[in-house]
Design a protein around this ligand. Structure first.
Ligand code: ZN
Length: 77
């Protein structure tokens, strides 16, 4: 049984290196930032006069961030 040069795990045919926590955290952060940005973009499109309140703005950004993180976690495991 050979070992993986990167993670030292058993190198089976279906081997996948476990992701480092720092990389996972970076991916989640990047997804959250992207999601928040998309939320702001959608706001600019659907609410060009910026009638939205501060609380709603936070909700939109948070929802976008959570959606993107969720998609990222679902697609990449
Ligand atoms: Zn590996």
């Amino acid at each position: 049984m050979s070992t993986c040069p990167r993670c030292k795990g058993h190198l089976t045919e279906s081997h996948k290196c476990p992701k480092r926590p720092a990389i996972v955290a970076a991916e989640i952060t990047a997804s959250a930032l992207a999601g928040g940005f998309i939320g702001l973009l959608l706001l600019a499109i659907f609410d060009p006069t910026e009638q939205i309140t501060g609380v709603d703005l936070i909700l939109v950004v948070a929802a976008g961030a959570m959606a993107c993180v969720g998609i990222n976690r679902a697609t990449r495991g």
